[in-house]
Design a protein around this ligand. Structure first.
Ligand SMILES: [Zn+2]
Length: 208
């Protein structure tokens, strides 16, 4: 079977976007098999939180690629939609952490997909302050960096908020603060990945 698939992949010139092996899928089954299962967790102040995987190995490569590569984002989009398939979001709007490309960021692409598939209207808010890249800062500096950097108006009561990675959680919490200030009551977070450090700390804090 594998030989047959390789033959067709060779014929059609298909390669896995993560390992470059011959593949008929954008991501080969070998790489897919290293992904963790998507999961739900409780991360206050969010009412519910979802993550599609842990930010490591091949999945990390995929999430990084998705920032600039639309095929990688489509792969993530499929994983997200599969996970959300049986979940109900009655009365929810879909939104994402904004950047300087108003409505045209890599996250907007997936917001559009989820909106279409789950029939959720899109809500957009704005980034109003220049920020440094969070991953270049110490954890202590990250909260200050993103403090008051978002501006929302007439936020809907219920929002499913998309971001790519939780590391310190500072960006998501800053957005949460602005969304609830401007009207939201229930906010769910959905990130593609949680960083291994975040996840270790999270599990330790829950089990204390
Ligand atoms: Zn691969």
């Amino acid at each position: 079977m594998k030989a047959l698939k390789d033959f067709f992949a060779l014929l059609f010139g298909g390669h896995c976007i993560l390992c470059d092996d011959l593949s008929l899928e954008y991501v080969c089954p070998n790489c897919v098999s290293t992904f963790e299962n998507a999961f739900e967790f409780f991360y206050p102040p969010f009412r519910k939180s979802f993550a599609i995987g842990i930010y490591k190995d091949k999945f990390k490569d995929l999430v990084i690629k998705a920032k600039s590569n639309t095929i990688a984002m489509e792969v993530i989009s499929k994983l997200v939609l599969k996970f959300l398939k049986d979940k109900k979001f009655e009365g929810f709007y879909i939104s994402c952490i904004p950047d300087d490309r108003f409505g045209r960021s890599h996250l907007d692409r997936i917001v559009n997909n989820i909106s279409r598939e789950k029939k959720l209207p899109i809500y957009r808010f704005q980034k109003i302050k220049e920020t440094k890249k969070q991953h270049l800062l110490y954890f202590g500096e990250r909260r200050l960096n993103v403090e008051n950097c978002f501006k929302a108006e007439f936020s809907p009561e219920k929002i499913l908020l998309i971001d790519d990675v939780i590391t310190s959680g500072a960006t998501l919490r800053s957005a949460y603060k602005e969304l609830t200030r401007s009207g939201s009551k229930i906010v769910y977070s959905l990130t593609f990945a949680v960083s291994p450090v975040f996840w270790e700390n999270y599990k330790n804090s829950v089990h204390k």
